[in-house]
Write a protein of this length. Structure first.
Length: 202
């Protein structure tokens, strides 16, 4: 069976993040009934720590509530259609080779704020898996991807890397005008489509 894989923030302890991941799976299954559609189970250590930090910071007076909420999310996320086993660590040639071995026909990057970059220890460094790589052998499509609240001062540092990655996409769609303007600033010349978050579909 032909395979579609989604690369997104599916591990966030956040209702919207989980709904957008599940919504995109269902939407793609409706559009492409002959394809297997799954989520690439990527777990960056920094982002895993960020989710723990956020949930206990918000609920610091109710640690048992925070723990219960975390466990509920993790239990539900394990039921998502995931590519097994999970993958963690640096986005390097070894990870790219791992992706290529699985022979995905199409990779969807999105939705959610997967393209955000900032001076933040909890965010994965650029380049990262969410911008994909020209070395990945599959059709590449971004679906309602966002760089909302990215740090513009970092553009000179990352511009060439980002443009090299995005130029290799076969189709680009974004969630918001801020991301559309970012792609134009780095020199992307192809069509950019602005579409809603897939959480609205289901």
């Amino acid at each position: 069976m032909k395979k579609i894989v989604i690369i997104t923030y599916h591990r966030a302890v956040n209702n919207g993040a989980v709904l957008q991941a599940l919504g995109l799976v269902q939407h793609l299954r409706d559009l492409f009934p002959g394809f297997e559609v799954k989520i690439f189970d990527y777990r960056h250590p920094r982002m895993e720590l960020m989710e723990l930090f956020k949930i206990f910071k918000i609920n610091f007076k109710k640690p048992l509530f925070a723990l219960r909420r975390l466990l509920v999310f993790r239990s539900f996320q394990r039921k998502l259609p995931l590519v097994r086993p999970f993958v963690s660590g640096k986005f390097d040639q070894k990870m790219i080779d791992n992706i290529n071995k699985q022979k995905f026909q199409v990779i969807f990057a999105g939705s959610d704020s997967i393209w955000k970059f900032a001076d933040d220890l909890f965010l994965p460094p650029i380049p990262n898996i969410y911008w994909l790589s020209p070395d990945i052998k599959a059709k590449k499509i971004s679906y309602a991807a966002s760089a909302y609240q990215y740090q513009e001062k970092l553009l000179p540092k990352y511009k060439n890397k980002l443009l090299n990655s995005i130029n290799d996409f076969d189709l680009v769609s974004v969630r918001d005008s801020e991301t559309r303007n970012l792609l134009k600033k780095i020199g992307y010349k192809k069509s950019i489509y602005q579409i809603p978050d897939p959480a609205f579909f289901y």
